[in-house]
Design a protein around this ligand. Structure first.
Ligand code: FAD
Length: 533
């Protein structure tokens, strides 16, 4: 097959050189290749239109794309970073370079798919307007998951995702995860003439931006110490591969990993792999992760290893399942007109939402988790469960859509499909319906951290609070409160609600909402998820 004179590789997710079929093909099928990354300075690294990434995710992504650039430069190329909206800048770039192909990794998430469609249409329109007598081929690769969504759907009834993990597993088990492709070690040269033209037409917009350029108050140097100890995440493929190797070296732990048995509130380091920021942005390939796990499992008798849904293979399967449900459900990020969402009459109280977001609920366990989220961009799965339940059906009765938006801002691993799926789960909107089982903001954290070390770490004002009162400081005698410097009602809030009362009341509200929709659809059998409830 004749190679393209010039092609473009548009980096989005897939910020890596190992197991990257899209990049590999782009390199092998073109004489000259322009690797580009587009950043919208108004909404940098957004998942959903109009939602900027928080500083920590932005910094993680800048580190990751800087590393891509460094690696490309070692191969005699470079990453051309353009500031602008993809549907505006890409037509210009395609027209200037006269590229015959645009290679990119496809996203399953609806908002990104919609933006892609707009961008591709804009490129077609531009070429037509210019009267170009050639076509640009759009080469999309569905390699962000273990299998492409369409391959799953081909096996699903009515081309719709199954409603349970059990049914998904049956489909998954019929397929085998493809081998990795070779690492990209050389890239075709840049179309130098076109780059010169682009430099002219884009001027200041053609450069690797800094955090400040993108409107963030922090500079990259300020971010160096963020993350605190075991919870720091450096962006990029190198860090991803290192962390994967570190995890795999603990082979017994990997082989017997059971998600519900990991701790939401380990004060020193994550109790799970903490690979999600890297998986999310494709600094590590999901297949590499999956096959490395298989290698570890193969060293053990199969009876000794944990199994899905609780094993690490099981976690990667949850990921594909979440993507699939998000892919095949209209209005997946909303309650209204979302066919799998129960309609719940949530309250709308911005003050409660803000108190939850800014760690002012008066429940130290919840406030510590939200502090960790804001300060590091990562929290454990069961910590996510705890705060999501608290905001919605457990205590504050606020909409899961608002909670998902806050997560989308702060999480490094913020992922449209996984985030919305899990918020629906935790709020008993879809998939999980046992609303009478509720996380206690007091007792749940005590199980794994009776001394409250996690709270002491993230809320340092609690450092001298005796363990007896650390989950319920309002129960401490006032003299003690004064002595340790946490005075409820003065420098730490009263509990925002009485958990015992509201959680019971909320269960009745939920029952009412469910009863009102009894005939809506058959409820799938409840599944045991990784909740540890
Ligand atoms: P591990 O337990 O080590 O799992 C390995 C990998 O499997 C993860 O890196 C991740 O890619 C995948 N994975 C793990 N758990 C899940 C899960 N329940 N569903 C889907 N995939 C999973 N995860 C995100 O990546 N992005 C999000 O935006 C996100 N939002 C969430 C919101 C809520 C309310 C909840 C309850 C969970 C959310 N999760 C999200 C899922 C999960 O909490 C994280 O993926 C996990 O905690 C990441 O830590 P880890 O890499 O150590 O996971």
């Amino acid at each position: 097959e004749k190679k393209h004179d010039v092609a473009i590789h548009w980096f989005r997710n897939g910020l890596r050189f190992h197991d990257n079929p899209c990049l590999l093909d782009a390199c092998q099928k073109s004489e000259s290749l322009l690797p580009i990354y587009v950043v919208d300075p108004e909404f940098p690294f957004a998942q959903t239109a109009g939602c900027r990434a928080g500083t920590i995710r932005a910094n993680f992504l800048l580190e990751s794309i800087n590393e891509v650039d460094e690696k490309l430069r070692k191969m005699g190329s470079q990453l051309v970073v353009v500031l602008g909206k993809s549907h505006e800048v890409l037509p210009e770039i395609v027209a200037t370079t006269q590229a015959k192909a645009l290679f990119y990794e496809q996203e399953a998430a609806a908002p990104v798919r919609e933006q892609d469609a707009e961008t591709i249409q804009a490129i077609k329109n531009r070429l037509k307007r210019d009267g170009k007598n050639y076509e640009c081929k759009f080469e999309a690769y569905a390699t962000h998951t273990l299998h492409p969504m369409e391959r799953y759907l081909a096996q699903c009834k009515d081309h719709t995702a199954p409603s349970t993990y059990g049914s998904f597993t049956k489909i998954f088990n019929k397929m085998s995860v493809a081998k990795e492709v070779n690492e990209v070690k050389e890239v075709p040269s840049l179309p130098n003439k076109s780059v010169k033209l682009l430099e002219k037409s884009f001027a200041e917009a053609l450069r690797m931006p800094t955090l400040k350029d993108l409107g963030y108050a922090a500079a990259a140097d300020d971010m160096k110490n963020s993350g605190k100890g075991g919870y720091a995440f450096a962006g990029g493929e190198n860090a991803a591969i290192e962390l994967l190797a570190k995890n795999m070296a603990r082979s017994q732990w990997v082989a017997t990993f059971e998600k519900p048995k990991t701790s939401p509130n380990d004060a020193t380091r994550p109790s799970t792999t903490a690979l999600s920021p890297y998986v999310k942005h494709g600094c590590i390939s999901p297949r590499r992760f999956y096959h490395e796990l298989s290698k570890v499992y193969s060293k053990y008798n199969s009876k000794e290893t944990s199994k899905p849904p609780v094993s690490l293979h099981g976690q990667l399967m949850w990921r594909d399942f979440n993507y699939l449900v998000g892919y095949s459900t209209p209005n997946f990020d909303k309650m209204i007109d979302n066919p799998i969402a129960r309609q719940i009459p949530w309250d709308d109280d911005p003050d409660l939402l803000l108190a939850w977001k800014m760690s002012k609920t008066g429940y130290p366990y919840i406030d510590a988790i939200m502090t960790q989220l804001r300060e590091t961009g990562w929290i454990h799965h069961l910590a996510r469960h705890s705060v999501a339940c608290f905001l919605t059906r457990g205590d504050l009765w606020q909409s899961w859509e608002d909670g998902a938006t806050v997560f989308e801002e702060y999480l490094i691993d913020a992922d449209w499909s996984i985030n919305n799926f899990n918020w629906q789960w935790l709020s008993c909107t879809a998939h999980f319906y046992q609303y009478f089982r509720c996380y206690s903001p007091i007792a749940f954290g005590k199980k794994t951290d009776p001394n409250g070390d996690y709270i002491r770490k993230w809320l340092p004002q609690f450092k001298d609070m005796p363990a007896k009162y650390i989950y319920e400081p309002w129960e401490a005698p006032i003299e003690l409160q004064k002595k340790v410097g946490v005075i409820v009602g003065e420098n730490y809030p009263h509990p925002i609600v009485d958990h015992k009362l509201v959680s019971k009341n909320n269960m009745s509200r939920m029952k009412e909402a469910y009863d009102a929709q009894k005939n809506r659809e058959p409820m799938p059998a409840n599944e045991s998820h990784s909740s540890g409830l």
